[in-house]
Design a protein around this ligand. Structure first.
Ligand SMILES: Nc1ncnc2c1ncn2[C@@H]1O[C@H](COP(=O)(O)OP(=O)(O)OP(=O)(O)O)[C@@H](O)[C@H]1O
Ligand SMILES: [Mg+2]
Length: 273
């Protein structure tokens, strides 16, 4: 059993039905494909949101080239909750950053909803990242000089949206995550688990196609980490969100739909849980 705050999420249907200003978690703008040419759309696209094809990453260091990712191939289906596990230094974060277009591969392609993201201009990549991907990091990465509410609104503001509907949606997400009462506080006055909930709300703000989380429970004690994981599970099952999560916790990994084991920059195995 987790905290009573987390249980407030059970009320979310009532929330969305009773408040006419509420923007449903499902409603959000879609990425504008109009400027995307046929060349960078994969024709044989099925149910997969994400496809990594022959991804490699080599760092050129004074001591010589270091291959950190070697010929990585995998795909993630819409609504799937995938975990990535592996020893420290095996390349998990490097891989997640490439999936999320925060970093470029040395070779290989990432297809997001069938679009070859690295074939796009930097400006379009940034736009796609803002509209299609929600990031959650181990250290929360919140802006501490502004309020919890403003932190959650930021992705929408970057996307050029503003006004009451944005605030209402941010407040609704905070309510779903059980921290509506913290909206006007600064992030540093919240506990670690609460700060991570803010980061989850922020990640959901633009209704992304995919949520990427790099050790989201890594800074939290066992119980709080479990609470945060339950929230991600709820977002996955109830809202059919696609999530890729790096974790060192085998118990949590086992509770996801599929676990990808990374070792020395390669996929060692994929297990359906
Ligand atoms: N900018 C960089 N320049 C050179 N080497 C790098 C760089 N970033 C990462 N590496 C190396 O790539 C390897 C993989 O790092 P990565 O952060 O992806 O590992 P990880 O699996 O996420 O580890 P952890 O579980 O400790 O977070 C490491 O050996 C790291 O030193
Ligand atoms: Mg890492």
């Amino acid at each position: 059993m987790y905290s009573s705050k987390a249980n407030e999420m059970n009320d979310q249907n009532a929330i969305t039905k009773s408040d006419k200003h509420t923007v449903s978690i499902q409603n959000g703008q879609e990425y504008d494909y109009s400027n995307t040419t046929r060349d960078n759309i994969e024709e044989s696209n099925n149910n997969s949101i994400l496809k990594a094809v022959n991804i490699s990453k080599v760092y050129e260091l004074p001591a010589g080239d270091t291959a950190v990712l070697k010929n990585i191939n995998f795909s993630v289906k819409k609504g799937e909750f995938v975990s990535i596990v592996g020893p420290s230094g095996s390349g998990k974060s490097t891989l997640l950053n490439i999936i999320g277009a925060l970093d470029r591969p040395t070779a290989g392609k990432i297809y997001l909803k069938g679009i070859d993201i690295f074939s796009l201009s930097d400006r379009k990549i940034a736009k796609m990242r803002n509209q299609m991907i929600g990031f959650i990091f181990q250290s929360y990465n919140l802006i501490n000089r502004t309020t919890v509410l403003s932190n959650v609104e930021i992705p929408a503001i970057i996307a050029g949206m503003d006004g009451k509907a944005v605030t209402q949606r941010a407040l609704n997400l905070l309510k779903i995550l059980g921290i509506r009462d913290k909206a006007s506080l600064k992030p540093l006055s919240l506990s670690g688990g609460q700060q991570q909930r803010v980061a989850i709300a922020r990640a959901l703000m633009n209704n992304p196609a995919m949520i990427l989380a790099d050790e989201p429970t890594g800074n939290l004690d066992t119980k709080t980490g479990e609470d945060v994981f339950r929230l991600l599970k709820m977002i996955s099952s109830k809202y059919n969100r696609t999530i890729v999560m790096v974790t060192h916790n085998p118990d949590l990994a086992q509770e996801t739909d599929k676990t990808i084991y990374v070792r020395d920059g390669k996929i060692e195995k994929e297990i359906i849980n």
